[in-house]
Design a protein around this ligand. Structure first.
Ligand code: SF4
Ligand code: SF4
Ligand code: FES
Length: 506
């Protein structure tokens, strides 16, 4: 460790680390475009200038290793003048079209201008213009005029995906980011360049012009599209009298799981949270009131003690699984989490995407829940009522079951079919229910997103509490009463887990 002084304050930092890393880690605002923790330094933007005592000229913090005793100034008349001059250079040909720019409200350039710029333009010659809409492929659009040539996007394709689709074309003030002829941006992580771009040069076709960012609220969640369980922000907004809408998923930094990135499939999977949500409870194909359907569910359980198979999704949360296990004990039912289509070898890769599409299958063996075909078949043979919980693949028994079995479905999305079901009871979908998930590497994470929709569907934990006849219907209560006492989770503190992912041995 080393002690350095920054703006008169003594900090204890890592000797030899980059100065910018320690300044940012200590919440010291240091403008930067080209440096990014996942991509390292490049030194091209010169925005991160600081004064270092003993050095004649200001230095860039992203290429300055820390030495014990260093005295650094990040503000003051001299360094502010330097930053303002660099910003003026950056903005010489920039269109400053913030009112129509999708990045407005979360743009580093806009923020830095408000912090240290605030100058009148001295430009009397026309600006160099570029193309305003270049389709790079993979849902990404480039506005050449807004680009500050930090090369973060280029370095992402060089260092992270190693697909090398982007480069810098031409020279001086005609330099532009470009793909190579007939080689569009096409890797499965391409949309991360939109998050990396510090300005509004790269925008997502999926999000651009849909919502101003200052209307959005962010929740911390976990992607449930595959076993990696990447950490996400869910950006959502509710207009007056309308239902809650999700506008985008963004990666949330998690050093243990996904670093700074997510895949495009996971990123775009928010669409299913918005689409086809507005469905009603159905009893034998007829629409029903929610309360009545809930009562019907309880009656079905009571009538079928010892004759039920609960077929659960392995993407349910740990809390929901634990409570379903208690439910099976109470009603003498069999549980199966057998999913014939759980694995997709074409989906997996050696970065984040995992061929196991289940978000929480690691919890099954820890809770003693059966996940094999044989267990499912035996349970199916013996059962008279099959209850699918959180599963969309009910058609796997559709033909067979109609002859002999009653089927109930508790599901968060528009079901694949509902004719002939004894009961269809909607529950809140993934982003409407908080819960804990264990990823493919044994990392336990809490998804803290519980967006409320207009339909008033209940959370699964609430329905399970009703069936169990108790009041444990929040994750906190389930952790306190049951999970915290289980062997594998001892030592994990729920309050800590809410904010920090933790590893367990599987
Ligand atoms: S497009 Fe964005 S990320 Fe790429 S070089 Fe330009 S400003 Fe940087
Ligand atoms: S890698 Fe898996 S968990 Fe991560 S964003 Fe993609 S689909 Fe979601
Ligand atoms: S962030 Fe230091 S030069 Fe760009």
């Amino acid at each position: 460790m080393a002690n350095i002084t920054v703006d008169g304050k003594i900090l204890e930092v890592k000797e030899g680390a980059l100065l910018i890393e320690e300044l940012l880690a200590n919440a010291i605002n240091i403008p930067h475009f080209c440096y990014h923790p996942a991509l390292g330094k490049d030194g091209n933007c010169r925005m991160c200038m600081v004064e270092i005592e003993g050095q004649k000229r200001p230095q860039i913090a992203c290429d300055t290793p820390i030495k014990h005793g260093m005295i650094v100034r990040t503000k003051g008349a001299n360094i502010d003048r330097v930053k303002r001059s660099i910003l003026e250079m950056e903005l010489i040909n920039h269109p400053v079209d913030c009112p129509i720019c999708d990045q407005a409200g979360e743009c580093s350039l806009q923020n830095y201008y408000m912090d240290v710029g605030l100058y009148e333009s001295r430009l009397s010659t026309p600006k160099v213009h570029g193309q305003k809409h270049v389709d790079l492929g993979a849902n990404v659009v480039l506005d050449q005029e807004r680009c500050v040539l930090c090369t973060r996007c280029v370095r992402f394709t060089q260092k992270i995906t190693k697909t090398h689709e982007l480069g810098v074309l031409s020279r001086a003030d005609h330099s532009v980011i470009s793909t190579f002829p007939n080689q569009p941006l096409s890797d499965p992580y391409a949309m991360n360049v939109v998050d990396l771009c510090p300005v509004g040069a790269l925008t997502s076709k999926d999000f651009r012009f849909h919502k101003r960012v200052w209307f959005l609220a962010s929740e911390e969640a976990i992607c449930n599209r595959c076993a990696r369980g990447c950490s996400l922000y869910v950006d959502h907004h509710k207009e007056k009298y309308k239902d809650e809408m999700i506008y985008r998923y963004r990666p949330r930094f998690n050093a243990l799981v996904n670093g700074y990135f997510i895949c495009d499939v996971g990123r775009l999977s928010y669409h299913q949270e918005n689409e086809n949500r507005n469905f009603h409870p159905m009893i034998r194909g007829k629409e029903s009131e929610y309360e009545y359907a809930e009562g019907k569910l309880l009656r079905l359980f009571k009538r079928n003690i010892g004759k039920m198979l609960l077929v659960i999704s392995s993407s349910l949360s740990l809390e929901e699984m634990v409570r379903i296990k208690a439910l099976a004990g109470m009603y003498d039912a069999t549980i199966s989490a057998y999913e014939p289509n759980r694995f997709d070898e074409h989906f997996g890769d050696d970065f984040l995407k995992h061929q196991d599409l289940s978000a929480n299958a690691r919890a099954l063996p820890l809770l003693g829940i059966e996940e094999h075909c044989m267990g499912f078949s035996e349970g199916f043979e013996q059962a008279e009522l099959i209850v699918f919980i959180g599963r969309s693949d009910i058609d796997m028994v559709k033909t067979l079951a109609y002859e002999t079995k009653n089927i109930a479905l508790l599901y968060g999305y528009n079901p694949p079919f509902c004719e002939g079901l004894e009961l269809l009871l909607p529950i809140t979908s993934h982003t409407g229910r908080a819960g804990t998930f264990i990823n493919c590497d044994g990392i336990v994470q809490y998804s803290n997103c519980a967006i409320t929709h207009n339909q008033g569907h209940k959370k699964l934990l609430e329905l399970l509490a009703m069936l169990l006849g108790d009041t444990l219907n929040t994750c906190e209560e389930v952790w306190e009463e049951t999970i915290g006492k289980l062997e594998h989770f001892q030592g994990l503190e729920f309050e800590k887990l809410k904010h920090t992912a933790q590893k367990i041995s599987l």
